[in-house]
Design a protein around this ligand. Structure first.
Ligand SMILES: CC(C)(COP(=O)(O)OP(=O)(O)OC[C@H]1O[C@@H](n2cnc3c(N)ncnc32)[C@H](O)[C@@H]1OP(=O)(O)O)[C@@H](O)C(=O)NCCC(=O)NCCS
Length: 216
């Protein structure tokens, strides 16, 4: 039996969901006990949230130097900042209900929530976050720190850069074998959007079909 103690950074809504995910991943030969939530907000320290203590960064470093830290924050940019200042190692957490072929690479620190399906020839970078019930088709690349909110659907031949955020229920239509649909670094896709063509870095796209917010 292997035990991997987990610190969940962030005691808010998604933090509590990641604590549940860690519990759900504790099947077979590996256990992921959550030793604490780490939170920068002093007013949260010293209380328990869902029976897990909340503590500050310094106290958690002293108490659990060997734990693995999961940054449970939806914003890719905030998550990247947290990981950059952390000395903790990290861990992948993949819910046992997730379906994927053996041709899926999953980077360190990446979290995949329940009921997601990933098919084949997919590369997920480091600290990617895939929320509940997403689908990811063949030949997709997701760059480091990218986020899919619940129910996002990514078709085949889509290449996402780093720190891309895709909102709840958004749909990315397919690219082609020689010309993947490319979503540039730091782009944001609004909830419910349908993206039909490549997206420039840093652009926010909303609506059906998706258009840049400034152009509306
Ligand atoms: C796209 C998004 C990031 C834009 O946020 P924002 O930069 O604060 O933009 P604003 O709210 O100022 O909206 C800008 C314009 O886009 C429109 N808009 C915003 N989000 C939209 C959406 N999802 N679909 C369609 N239009 C949208 C607004 O109505 C507004 O239009 P207007 O200029 O004609 O008035 C945000 O609305 C969104 O969809 N976030 C995803 C949230 C999510 O999925 N969370 C999951 C949590 S688990």
């Amino acid at each position: 039996m292997q035990t991997i103690p987990i610190l969940v950074y962030g005691s808010g809504g998604f933090g509590r969901e990641v604590a549940w995910l860690a519990e759900e991943c504790s099947v077979g030969q590996t256990r992921y006990p959550v030793c604490a939530f780490v939170d920068d907000d002093d007013s949260t320290h010293g209380v328990d949230v869902n029976e897990i203590p909340v503590m500050g960064w310094d106290a958690a470093t002293r108490a659990f130097p060997d734990a693995r830290m999961i940054a449970a924050v939806g914003s890719p940019q905030v998550r990247a900042g947290i990981v950059a200042r952390s000395a903790w190692a990290t861990s992948r957490l993949v819910h046992p209900s997730v379906l994927h072929s053996r041709f899926v690479e999953i980077g360190e620190g990446t979290v995949i929530c329940a009921r997601t399906v990933l098919t084949t020839n997919i590369v997920l970078g480091r600290h990617v976050q895939i929320n509940l019930s997403c689908t990811i088709g063949h030949d997709v690349v997701m760059g480091d720190y990218s986020t899919l909110a619940p129910g996002a659907h990514i078709s085949g031949w889509v290449h996402m850069g780093a720190r891309v955020y895709v909102g709840t229920g958004a749909v990315i239509l397919p690219g082609t074998p020689g010309a993947p649909l490319v979503i540039g670094d730091d782009a944001v896709i609004g909830a419910g959007a349908v993206v039909r063509a490549s997206v420039e870095p840093g652009t926010t796209m909303v609506g059906v079909p998706a258009k840049p917010t400034r152009a509306r």
